[in-house]
Write a protein that binds this ligand. Structure first.
Ligand code: ADP
Ligand code: MG
Ligand code: ZN
Length: 410
């Protein structure tokens, strides 16, 4: 049992959510674990809580410096002694001193640190409580976001065989999970998977007719904050302008090409707003904690089912009804296929499998939720969820029947 009073004292939460307690218990028992928990399920807590309870420092590997700094702020806000050690930090000397003195609960680092001899040496100079590997799917070529730097981790971890390991990801199909266990030296029975269903999100997927029009209609019928994902920076700018002109809602763009100050300002404005629409590239939303997003619209095909689930998962974190709309076209698939042709050959089979799965999701006449959940290994979802476009208004079986009749009468 994990003490709930510690949970309350540090985080102010009354209870663990879902599998959190199970994961924390394994970590406290020193068992190597891979936790697959959806976005917003509360993965950070599963290493933050042990980091406070155990003696020594928990080293957290995280792929993005921006994400790291958000997490650092959140940890510090609840009084956890945390620091980042990255190339952009100015207080590195101080952080290193704090680490050596055993004054850090958490030390956030990027994966490429692992190949740095100075860093490897540093880790031997204080007690380590845990290695937490966030976004662990990055270690797998089968995953949707492979980062070669993650492959440097294993040799580092193996230098500290007695230090427990906790790998975390929101998104990994069965194949990728097995690969993560293998790549990070985790046991088969160390896998914990949380419920992926987000019952308050209504999924709807439609072929593209006039995307701008479709998004405007969606915004008109959906009050509250929303995120519209476009595929390119230019697409973001153009769509944001049109939506600003035609929806009567506050609309702001967000993409990596904007000045960092503007980006920060737009993000803060969105978090504070009750009716704003952000038009963004997929980078937007990572590390944002806004529970009342009422809709997420994709104005084009996402990269994978994993990406779709993660991006739509930014809607309705407060548990109130939210909608996720995706508008796609055949040309999206053509472009995706072309892109796959350009990636490194070893990654092409994985990418192709992912695109096929995405195709099945957008073209199905059956329950979208069931397909999503199946993808994440949940095979017992009902045939009809009652909260996706196909379940709410079953597509006319006409096309299929007509086609079938043609075959039959031929
Ligand atoms: P993830 O990394 O899985 O996407 P986070 O760790 O960022 O999720 O947590 C998402 C949100 O849930 C945060 O605001 C966090 O404070 C909150 N949270 C986590 N665990 C609990 C809990 N047991 N009770 C209430 N809120 C929680
Ligand atoms: Mg997280
Ligand atoms: Zn359904």
């Amino acid at each position: 049992m994990v003490p709930t009073d510690t949970l309350r004292r540090i985080f102010g939460f009354d209870a663990f959510r879902g599998v959190q307690e199970q994961v924390v218990a394994r970590v406290l028992a020193g068992e190597r674990t891979l936790a697959v928990m959806p976005t917003g399920a509360g993965k950070s807590l599963t290493y933050q809580l042990p980091s406070v309870m155990l003696e020594g420092t928990c080293v957290v590997v995280s792929p993005l410096i921006a994400l790291m700094h958000d997490q650092l702020r959140a940890a510090e806000a609840v009084g956890i002694r945390a620091a980042t050690l990255t190339s952009v930090d100015e207080n590195r000397a101080e952080t290193i001193e704090r680490f050596r003195a055993g004054e850090l609960d958490l030390l956030y680092v990027a994966p490429e640190r692992a190949s740095n001899e100075y860093f490897r040496n540093l880790l031997t100079q204080a007690k380590l409580s845990l290695f937490a590997i966030d976004e662990a799917h990055c270690v797998s070529e089968w995953g949707h976001d492979f980062r070669p730097d993650y492959r440097l981790l294993r040799p580092l971890l193996d230098r500290f065989p007695e230090v427990p390991r906790l790998a975390l990801t929101a998104t990994a199909d069965a194949h990728t999970r097995a690969d993560i266990l293998d790549q990070l030296g985790l046991p088969q029975d160390g896998l914990i998977v949380a419920g992926f269903d987000r019952p308050n999100i209504r999924y709807a997927i439609a072929p593209r007719e006039n995307t701008t029009r479709q998004v405007i209609d969606l915004i008109a019928e959906t009050p509250g904050p929303g995120i519209v994902y476009a595929q390119t920076r230019a697409g973001v700018e153009k769509l944001a302008e049109k939506l600003a002109a035609e929806t009567g809602r506050p609309v702001l763009p967000y993409h990596a090409g904007l000045d960092p100050d503007v980006r920060r300002r737009n993000q803060a404005a969105f978090v504070a707003s009750e009716d704003m629409v952000v038009v963004a590239t997929v980078a937007f939303g990572m590390g944002i904690d806004k529970p009342d997003v009422r809709f997420v619209a994709h104005a084009g095909l996402p990269k994978s089912i994993e990406a779709y689930y993660q991006e739509t998962g930014r809607a309705g974190r407060d548990g109130d009804p939210a909608v996720a709309h995706l508008f796609w076209g055949a040309d999206d698939f053509a472009r995706a296929r072309q892109r796959i042709g350009e990636v490194e050959p070893s990654r092409q089979p994985g990418e192709r499998t992912r695109l096929t799965a995405l195709g099945a999701l957008v073209e199905t006449a059956t329950c979208r939720r069931r397909i999503l959940l199946k993808h994440f290994g949940e095979n017992d979802a009902p045939e009809n969820c009652g909260n996706c476009d196909n379940c709410l208004s079953p597509p006319a079986a006409v096309d299929v029947t007509v086609t079938a009749q043609k075959f039959l009468s031929a």
